[in-house]
Design a protein around this ligand. Structure first.
Ligand code: ZN
Ligand code: CU
Length: 479
């Protein structure tokens, strides 16, 4: 009997996302899902793609994004689909667009918006809005503790009272009911830095009943990183949910090499509880411009500046020199602003990427004028630079860290794996050519070697450009 499908990808080297050794085969798609994988010589389809010499992998899942508003403002999602990403996890670092109504949100909430997008009194309103306006990629969203704090408190320079923390918990519960897949914190940032561990435990309490996870940009990633990790583990244990440490890194010259310590602690913790990390493949970080980062960094580059946009893309030391002032004074004049900080050691980045339970996540900041290259380059950089060129791990492992592992850790059903019945989120790439085009000088260059990308069976990137299709789905908790 001649089987008939919508689409067949022929002769691909299949890397399935769950670390099965690569094999040659065909992939048949019917509607939104994969119908069959194997030798499908007798099957026919409306459209056939010859993928000889190419790898077919599950579409990549960006485990750490700030795409909450970008999904609506730039639904083509070009920085993501151009590197093979088919699903983004939004709402990281304590920052979510809902539930909050605010015209001038405090930093760092302005990282994703200062144009009036904080307009959803309930998380369900935000979910409805996203579901009604699909983007090219799928999206799963978390609720941010900093957003809850801003909504619940009259001032942010203190710990929440018991009733304020209870209010945050009830808002978190509403968000989880509406489909949020977890709660994130960003206690590194001033509006959340005064939160006590107890406040966070109270706010995060509803996670367990909804199968959510606790995801944290920790209070500290430099001298006091061990205490910060122990706080995160404790919150996970007391709430009874998995812990994900965001963009794991060790910052500051005097802490170089300490990933040995942090990974040993993680390995020990994961014997008792579910913990993992995400990581981006660069030795530079990017966030708001802050003077306290000067002594921790080798170089600082400005990504945006409200009062002095003419300095975007330039080095802080040069700007201070030109102004004839200290770097601290230059920071004060440039703020509000964002920056890239060269403050990590390559060996630490590699050791963290290699760690068994490390997922790849871009932490891209899509609204920056001159963004960190991780926004456009993260996934091809891991596949090309780290896996193929430096041989940090085999391609099967690299793909797993951006697909199957991530889907499992975030509870994304039928994603992150190539098998019959799974959604047809598929990235076809040339393993010999794949690489990041984005650099610190030219950060918005697309990747090399991404041949085609489909989301729920529909192509979103072909022939080096976006197709304009927007087949992305909103992935809700437990749905
Ligand atoms: Zn963060
Ligand atoms: Cu982040």
């Amino acid at each position: 009997m001649l089987q008939h499908f919508d689409l067949i990808i022929r002769n691909a080297t299949i890397i399935d996302g769950v670390r099965t050794p690569r094999f040659e085969g065909d992939i048949a798609i019917s509607g939104e899902r994969i119908a069959a994988i194997g030798r499908l010589d007798d099957a026919r389809a409306e459209r056939e793609i010859d993928a000889s010499g190419q790898v077919a992998a599950p579409g990549f899942i960006d485990s750490h994004t700030h795409d909450d508003r970008y999904l609506r403002s730039n639904p083509d999602m070009a920085p993501k689909v151009s590197q093979g990403v088919t699903t983004v996890i939004a709402g990281n670092c304590g920052i979510s667009l809902a539930p909050l109504v605010a015209a001038n949100p405090p930093s760092p909430l302005d990282l994703i918006d200062d144009t009036g997008a904080y307009r959803f009194p309930y998380f369900a309103d935000f979910m409805t809005d996203l579901a009604a306006n699909p983007a090219a990629t799928n999206a799963a969203c978390m609720v941010g503790h900093t957003t809850l704090r801003v909504a619940a408190m009259d001032r942010l320079d203190r710990a929440a009272t018991a009733s304020e923390a209870a209010h945050m918990a009830s808002m978190a519960d509403e968000a989880l009911r509406a489909g949020a897949i977890g709660l994130s914190t960003g206690t590194y940032y001033p509006p959340a830095a005064h939160a006590t561990t107890e406040e966070i435990i109270t706010a995060a309490r509803p996670l367990k009943a909804h199968g959510g996870r606790y995801v944290t940009h920790m209070r500290n990633e430099d001298d006091h990183i061990i205490a910060a990790m122990n706080e995160a583990f404790r919150i996970g244990r007391e709430v009874g949910v998995p812990v994900i440490i965001s963009h794991h890194k060790v910052v500051g010259v005097r802490n170089y090499g300490r990933s040995e310590e942090t990974l040993a602690l993680l390995a020990e913790a994961r014997r008792a509880q579910d913990v993992c990390v995400d990581c981006y493949p660069y030795i530079a970080s990017s966030t708001m411009l802050r003077a306290d980062r000067i002594p921790l960094s080798d170089r600082i580059i400005i990504t945006w500046s409200k009062p002095l946009p003419q300095y975007v893309g330039r080095e802080l030391a040069d700007i201070a020199g030109e102004m004839g002032v200290s770097q601290e004074e230059a920071v004060a004049r440039l703020r509000p602003a964002g920056a890239i900080y060269f403050s990590m050691k390559e060996e630490d980045v590699q050791r963290i990427l290699r760690f068994e339970d490390t997922m790849v996540g871009s932490d891209g900041i899509p609204h920056d004028i001159k963004p960190h290259p991780r926004l456009w380059g993260t996934f091809p950089r891991v596949l090309g630079h780290y896996s193929r060129d430096l041989k940090l791990f085999p391609l099967e492992t690299a793909v797993h860290k951006m697909t199957g592992l991530t889907a499992a850790k975030f509870g994304l059903k039928d994603r992150g794996v190539l098998k019959a019945g799974a959604f047809a989120d598929i990235t076809i790439f040339d393993a010999a050519k794949i690489g990041d085009g984005a650099t610190f000088e030219e950060p918005t260059q697309p990747a090399r070697g991404i041949e085609s990308v489909m989301v729920n069976g529909t192509p979103v990137w072909e022939g080096g450009k976006a197709t304009g299709a927007r087949p992305g789905k909103l992935l809700r908790n437990n749905a």
